[in-house]
Design a protein around this ligand. Structure first.
Ligand SMILES: C[S@@+](CC[C@H](N)C(=O)[O-])C[C@H]1O[C@@H](n2cnc3c(N)ncnc32)[C@H](O)[C@@H]1O
Length: 289
């Protein structure tokens, strides 16, 4: 065969490969990630918001450790793929949970792997769109999605999960919601968040001594600032920490600056602060607005 024909055939072959790769890439939304399920690639499977890629075991171990997953936890694995994160949570940490994925072939695989691993009674897998999955029951949410998908989920994670619920994400963050922890495993980044209580607003604070003040709080996720109003005077509060529902700050309500700690439950905060002789006394606050 003449050399020019060989070059033409090679060029046609290369073009066909490139077109096929582009088509597959569009289907799976990325050329860089290793694979989609066969169904998604060839059989007109579901449209994906995130292409299929697998989290490595060392990254899974880091995610579960960062979230402190334990026996009492119900883990919701969004975009579960072959279920490897949830299966590890049940196998290594005794958790229960639910994995959802839009790709039914991957869900079948996850069920089979869970049974083979001996955790079929602790975990369930469902073919479901993650955007239609209720979140409220989860103690821990695990995900390996995409930045824009994380951001779309963010308002629901904040509104539906209980304060104190943990979220861990392989690689991607959640925009200006600063992670409470970031770590690395096997060259990959892992981020963790603790869902903060909704604490912004005005609160009527009453101390055991009978002293009262108004607490005015602003909040950007877990970052809280504010002041106590006593009579006409507004004094900024300091050393403010909100971790889930646990709230700490220092304030001067008239007897000098003191450390307050409490737990937020809906429209009430209950806690203790030391009196002038250092004895812990109770205080509580109720939401005014
Ligand atoms: C990057 S993979 C992660 C798989 C697995 N969690 C892991 O870490 O190995 C993302 C998964 O999300 C699934 N997915 C994409 N869009 C989805 C949607 N709207 N609802 C549920 N799952 C979706 C894909 O099928 C894929 O399995």
């Amino acid at each position: 065969m003449a050399a020019s024909w060989k070059i033409r055939i090679a060029a046609m072959f290369a073009t066909t490969l490139a077109v096929a790769a582009l088509a597959l890439g569009a289907r799976c939304m990325s050329l860089t990630l290793p694979r989609c399920s066969v169904d998604t690639l060839w059989n007109g499977g579901p449209a994906l918001d995130v292409p299929y890629a697998q989290t490595r075991p060392e990254v899974i171990a880091k995610m579960l450790a960062m979230a402190g997953v334990g026996r009492d936890d119900y883990v919701l694995d969004l975009g579960t793929g072959d279920g490897r994160i949830l299966i590890a949570a049940a196998r290594d940490r005794g958790a229960r949970g639910l994995g959802v994925d839009i790709d039914p072939v991957l869900i079948d695989q996850a069920r089979a792997d869970a049974r083979a691993t001996g955790v079929g009674d602790r975990v369930a897998f469902r073919t479901q769109d993650l955007f239609e999955t209720p979140l409220a029951d989860a103690d821990v949410v695990t995900m390996f999605l995409l930045p824009e998908v994380n951001l779309r989920l963010r308002p629901r994670l904040l509104a539906e999960l209980e304060p104190g619920a943990r979220i861990v994400s392989h690689v991607f963050d959640m925009g200006d919601w600063r992670p409470d922890a970031t770590g690395r495993a096997g060259g990959a980044r892992v981020h963790g968040w603790i869902v903060p209580a909704r604490i912004a607003g005005r609160w009527r604070l009453r101390e055991a001594s009978g002293r009262t003040a108004e607490l005015r709080l602003t909040q950007q996720f877990q970052e809280v600032a504010g002041s106590v109003i006593v009579g006409e005077a507004a004094r900024p509060i300091g050393q403010v920490e909100l971790t889930g529902g646990r709230f700490r700050f220092t304030a001067d309500t008239g007897a000098g600056p003191r450390p307050y700690q409490g737990v937020v439950r809906g429209d009430a905060i209950k806690g203790t602060a030391p009196d002038s002789s250092g004895v812990e006394r109770s205080w509580q606050a109720t939401r005014i607005e």
